[in-house]
Design a protein around this ligand. Structure first.
Ligand SMILES: [Zn+2]
Length: 344
């Protein structure tokens, strides 16, 4: 067979290969094997020297025509394959709007936070403002100015977290009373919600817990005002039928002082494990602001009187939602937290 026939056979061979090539890699392979520097067409062209000038011209032109044609075919096929690949990619990534969507869990307030908000809103509706103070506190504000002397057991290392620089983690929200009265002259009506710290840990005590403090100072404020405000508050949280009693008590920063109990929300007063058989639950401490506290913040106790109260938010949340172990509130266990969905 002559070179002409060889070239024609080669053309047919390559045409078929290009047609059946299913990817770009395969096409590159064909280009190298047939059209490259060491390709089959080149090796045929090398033999042109042995031919007569007429034949050389004819075969040379034919070889170039075939080469151009095949190169163009490879280029076209490459484009086609690229287009196909793109189409497939688009098809694969197409968003199917009929597919069911992923379920996104909606969040909810933690029971401590929803209780805190509920309590705050009750007092805000009665004209109280919200005040805040630092959690790292001076002993002066946490104890001294609240009439808690240096030898008072509450100041013991056993109960209080002391920092290296002599500051403490506040053991109650009461220092906010002091900070508020130093800044503002009466009339003052605030609530101070926030975190407090004590060295205490068991099913009903946590080393960090939340308190809310209330303070009202004005002319002619009486214990009757205190009782009225607390009655409205407790009824709003535990319902209109809640039974309330005041018991005499002692706090260094109030005089007289009282503790407030409500009728047991679990047994209704009959006596159960939660109320330790008494039918009553301790809810908060309160009293009339001690004249010594007023003196410390330069308010004249002859001119002004006031009351203060404080309660633990976790305790209220536990009674409201029948939670038996305070530690459940701080584990972050979603199975626990999700039970309070929809509460607010
Ligand atoms: Zn009970």
């Amino acid at each position: 067979m002559g070179l002409k026939e060889d070239l024609k056979a080669l053309e047919e061979e390559v045409k078929k290969l290009i047609e059946t090539a299913s990817d770009i890699e395969k096409l590159n392979e064909i280009r190298i094997n047939y059209l490259g520097k060491k390709g089959k067409i080149k090796s045929i062209l090398k033999m042109l020297g042995k031919l007569s000038p007429e034949e050389r011209k004819e075969i040379g032109q034919l070889a170039n025509r075939i080469k151009d044609y095949l190169e163009e075919s490879i280029r076209e096929k490459t484009e086609l394959l690229k287009k196909k690949a793109l189409e497939e990619e688009l098809k694969k990534n197409k968003i199917d709007l009929s597919l069911p969507s992923h379920w996104i869990e909606s969040g909810s307030s933690h029971p401590v936070i929803s209780t805190l908000i509920e309590i705050s809103q009750t007092f805000i509706s009665m004209g109280f403002s919200v005040a805040e103070g630092p959690e790292v506190e001076k002993e002066k504000y946490n104890f001294d100015m609240l009439n808690i002397p240096p030898d008072h057991p509450a100041r013991d290392m056993q109960d209080t977290f002391f920092l290296n620089n002599g500051d403490i983690l506040r053991t109650h929200t009461s220092p906010v009373q002091i900070r508020t009265m130093l800044r503002y002259k009466p009339p003052v009506a605030i609530i101070a919600p926030g975190r407090v710290y004590r060295k205490d840990a068991d099913p009903t005590h946590s080393p960090m817990f939340h308190q809310i403090e209330g303070l009202l100072v004005d002319r002619d404020v009486t214990f009757r005002d205190l009782k009225g405000i607390l009655k409205i508050f407790l009824e709003s949280i535990f319902g209109q039928d809640v039974k309330i009693r005041f018991r005499p008590s002692y706090f260094p920063f109030t005089e007289p002082s009282a503790e407030v109990d409500i009728g047991c929300t679990v047994c209704g007063g009959k006596g159960c494990r939660v109320c330790k058989g008494t039918g009553w639950l301790e809810i908060l401490g309160c009293g009339m602001v001690d004249p010594e506290v007023f003196k410390a913040v330069d308010i004249d106790p002859e001119e002004y009187t006031g009351f203060a109260f404080g309660l633990g938010i976790e305790r209220i949340a536990m009674l409201k939602y029948r939670i038996t172990d305070i530690r459940l509130l701080f584990t972050g266990d979603m199975r626990f937290n999700q039970q309070f969905k929809g509460i607010r």
